[in-house]
Each structure stands twice: as structure tokens, then as C-alpha cells.
Design a protein around this ligand. Structure first.
Ligand SMILES: Nc1ncnc2c1ncn2[C@@H]1O[C@H](COP(=O)(O)OP(=O)(O)O)[C@@H](O)[C@H]1O
Ligand SMILES: [Mg+2]
Length: 437
């Protein structure tokens, strides 16, 4: 019998406990897989520790899922080393972090012809801490009229850091007075002013892992546990497909593997506003109903990458994208179709599907069985207890327990198993969510 190839997946983690445990449990249950070529594979996981490393050290990992390096330089440099020297596959690669700054992402999508709201980058409010600044500023800083820029964009507008995330430093500016105080408060943060997409109909948030995208209805004004609405069919088919293409285009263009993309939809137009997240939220207490999907996608994509020896590419190759972008013979729809083709080819989507069919035929059942087990319920309870104060434990047990049971019920029907009377309402209810798989 062919020898089983062993693959180690490293998890580089910050404070998260829930999804890593889910991922480790599911990876542990996979057992030996047989790929389409007949080769056998087994994946194991290990949490990566932070320690001195010699640049000549050989890592044991084939792939690392990183949730830390955006903030900490030591693990970031280790990731760069293992990518450059040892071909370790990274979700995500620090070489993309520059483009993780909103600004580059806005620029790229604008050139690709997407409907990014009108955006202006203004100089720092406060001088940067550099002895040469006074000279430079006196010589080259051109005075500008902030209010005039704002009036051209129109109120209300958004002021937000060029490299932001997690709503840090974001404010809605309704008038000239708000504008002044928001700019004064920005201090040493470099700010964009961006026209609002006012009265949008839908806030769509697409989580993409490899070639898998789930577009979810997002409710930004709700508390965290309620932001993802479990609502299916909330986008027309055309808009749903466009949202998937935009999300996958962003990732394939920048060589991101694991990212979330926020889009506002108004009058049938999709406006991407935020799509550079080095570390997208996948907590069970945010994603609830969608958490099993996220874990499954992360597992499938990681296993595909290690078992097929997928080569990571550290640098962005803008040429094929800009050839489409600059093609005057193509309208927006034609460009979207071409971008989807480039994204499919970047992610090797056909080969990925073929691999999943051959090597992971039972993954849906396996994940369903786990989410319907005491092990998952314990994970949920422990996460709730670690996340919320005691007086809210029961409320959240009910909330998240109900939503994950609803997923179990929907998934049971989807997989064609027997349904109970309780399932009926769910089964006959919503159409499938927009899922690219
Ligand atoms: N152009 C815009 N039009 C309408 N709402 C916006 C716009 N830009 C940002 N927002 C609102 O502000 C929130 C935070 O802005 P975002 O760009 O997503 O920053 P962050 O990277 O910090 O999440 C968004 O989720 C959205 O609710
Ligand atoms: Mg955002």
C-alpha cells in the first residue's frame, strides 16, 4: 500500500480559542485521505510557538494559518522566512500586508472598474515625529481646504484611517463641525474621506477562504452576536454573483487566502467599501449559523493546499488583471466575467473541486455530526462563558444554541437525511444562501 504522506498545519494564534479548537477537532477526525491521484495523506495540526529562530532552521510545517502576524513583528518575520526559504504555504502571507491597507485595495479595485465610493486621502493632521518634518512641511506641504473637499464629496461622509480595521478611528461626518473635530482627533492617523453610500438596501459581507465564498447579510448597527443575519436569498442572483466575483477578485489579485469583503448594495449597484482584513472574524459567537461553513472551507482549502503541494506565490502579478481592466472593448459585466475566470485559475478551482470530491467525500456528514455532538455544544458553552458575563450566559446559550441547531436542521435536509417535524419550517423557508462552491 502507498505510504501515507504526513502534513503538518501550524496555527499561529492570538487570543482566539473557539475556532482553533473546532479546526483541530475536525482535522483530527479526517483520518487518512486518498487524493484523485491515489496518494494517501494525513494532516495534523500544531499551535506555533514564538521563540528565537535561526534563519537556517527548517520548519516542520507545510502550511500555516496566521492570525497574529498583522500585529506582531517577530512571528511576521518568521512567516516571511518560512515562505521565502522553505515554501511554507501561508493563509495569509505577510507579503500581502502592504496591500491589506485599505488604500491599496481601493486603488486596485478602482482600476479594475469597481464602484468604490469617491475617496480622498488627506495629509496627516499632526506632523509625524521626524526631525526633518518641519523643513519638508514648510517647503512642500501645500495648504488645502478640508471643508471644500468635504463639500465636494457631500455630507454625510466617512472619515477613516487609510489602513484601518475593526472600526478604529472611523467616524461619520455630518457637517463642517464634525469634520473639524474628526480631523483634529485623527492626530497622527492618515485619513481617507469617503462619500457615503447613504440608504443602502443591503450590507453584504463575504467571507472567502481559497475559492469558497459565503455572502452574508450584515447588520452593522446590531451588537456583535446579531450582526450576521441568517437570511437567504437576500440578493438577486446577478448581485449575488457580482458580490462573489468581487470578493474572489480581491483575494486572487492580492494573493489573499482568507479575507472578508464588505459591500453596500444600493439600486442594484455593488459598492465595495472594506475588503482588506488580514484576520477576518470567524468567532463562533459572531458567525454562529455560518461557523460550520467557515470551518469546513478552512479545512478543505488547507488540506487541498498541503496534499497537492500547491505553490504559494509571494508577489502580486497585476498584468493579467490590468489587461482586462484596461480593455475598452469590455463592459463592466464582461470584466467581471474575466476576473472570475482569473480568480478560478488562480485558485485552481476545478482541481480543488475534483480533489474535494475524491479525497473528502464525507466531509459534509463529518462536520454535521460534529456540530450535532456534545463536543461542539461544550465548545459553544465554554466560548460563551469566556466571552460574556455570567448573567448573560443563558441568553447566549439560547441564542447561539438555537442558531447552530437551525444549521444542523438545514444541513440535515440539504444532505437528504430524514427530517423531523421541527425541521419543516426551516426546510420550507429560505432558499439557499449565496454560496460559491
Ligand atoms: N462609504 C461608506 N458608506 C456608508 N457606510 C460606510 C462607508 N464607509 C464605512 N461605512 C460604515 O462604517 C463602518 C466601518 O468602516 P470600514 O471601512 O468597514 O472600516 P473598518 O476597516 O474599520 O471596518 C462600515 O462597516 C460601515 O458601516
Ligand atoms: Mg469594516
Amino acid at each position: 500500500m502507498a505510504k501515507t504522506q504526513e502534513h503538518l498545519i501550524g496555527l499561529l494564534l492570538g487570543a482566539e480559542g473557539d475556532w482553533p479548537r473546532a479546526f483541530e477537532t475536525l482535522a483530527g477526525r479526517l483520518g487518512v485521505l486518498t487524493g484523485p491521484d491515489g496518494a494517501n495523506h494525513r494532516v495534523t495540526t500544531e499551535r506555533v510557538s514564538i521563540e528565537p529562530f535561526n534563519l537556517r532552521d527548517k520548519p516542520r510545517h507545510d502550511l500555516v494559518i496566521d492570525r497574529l502576524a498583522y500585529w506582531y513583528y517577530h512571528p511576521r518575520e518568521w512567516l516571511k522566512k518560512v515562505a521565502l526559504m522553505d515554501d511554507v504555504y501561508l493563509l495569509n502571507s505577510p507579503f500581502t500586508f502592504q496591500s491589506m491597507e485599505k488604500h491599496s485595495a481601493y486603488c486596485a479595485l478602482l482600476r479594475l472598474g469597481m464602484h468604490v465610493p469617491d475617496t480622498v486621502l488627506v495629509p496627516y493632521k499632526n506632523p509625524v515625529d521626524n526631525v526633518r518634518w518641519a523643513y519638508t512641511s514648510e517647503r512642500y506641504n501645500k495648504p488645502f481646504d478640508l471643508e471644500e473637499i468635504a463639500e465636494q464629496l457631500g455630507y454625510p461622509l466617512f472619515m477613516k484611517p487609510f489602513d484601518g480595521g475593526g472600526w478604529r478611528g472611523v467616524s461619520q461626518v455630518k457637517n463642517a463641525q464634525d469634520l473639524r473635530s474628526a480631523y483634529d482627533d485623527s492626530g497622527e492617523m492618515l485619513m481617507h474621506l469617503q462619500a457615503s453610500v447613504a440608504d443602502f438596501e443591503v450590507f453584504a459581507r463575504a467571507l472567502t477562504i481559497g475559492p469558497e465564498t459565503m455572502v452574508m447579510k450584515f447588520q452593522p448597527d446590531e451588537p456583535m452576536h446579531n450582526r450576521y443575519a441568517v437570511e437567504h436569498g437576500f440578493l438577486s442572483e446577478g448581485v449575488g454573483t457580482e458580490a462573489v466575483t468581487i470578493a474572489q477578485t480581491v483575494n486572487a489579485f492580492f494573493r489573499w487566502e482568507f479575507n472578508s469583503c464588505e459591500m453596500l448594495v444600493k439600486d442594484g449597484v455593488v459598492y465595495p467599501i472594506d475588503y482588506a482584513n488580514a484576520c477576518p472574524d470567524v468567532a463562533v459567537t459572531s458567525l454562529h449559523y455560518y461557523f460550520p461553513w467557515a470551518m469546513k472551507a478552512l479545512l478543505k482549502w488547507s488540506v487541498f493546499c498541503v496534499a497537492t503541494g500547491r505553490k504559494a506565490r509571494t508577489q502580486v502579478d497585476t498584468d493579467p488583471w490590468f489587461r482586462v481592466a484596461d480593455d475598452e472593448g469590455l463592459d463592466y459585466g464582461g470584466k467581471l466575467a474575466a476576473y472570475q475566470g482569473l480568480a478560478d485559475s488562480h485558485f485552481d478551482t476545478d482541481r480543488y473541486r475534483e480533489f474535494c470530491d475524491a479525497a473528502l467525500p464525507h466531509i459534509d456528514e463529518m462536520v454535521l455530526e460534529w456540530v450535532d455532538s456534545d463536543d461542539f455544544r461544550d465548545l459553544l458553552t465554554e466560548t460563551i462563558r469566556a466571552t460574556y458575563p455570567q448573567h448573560e450566559w443563558d441568553k447566549f446559550e439560547g441564542h447561539f444554541g438555537g442558531l447552530t441547531r437551525m444549521w444542523v436542521s438545514d444541513e440535515t435536509s440539504r444532505l437528504g437525511r430524514g427530517r423531523s417535524a421541527v425541521d419543516e419550517t426551516v426546510v420550507s423557508g429560505p432558499a439557499p444562501a449565496v454560496v460559491a462552491d
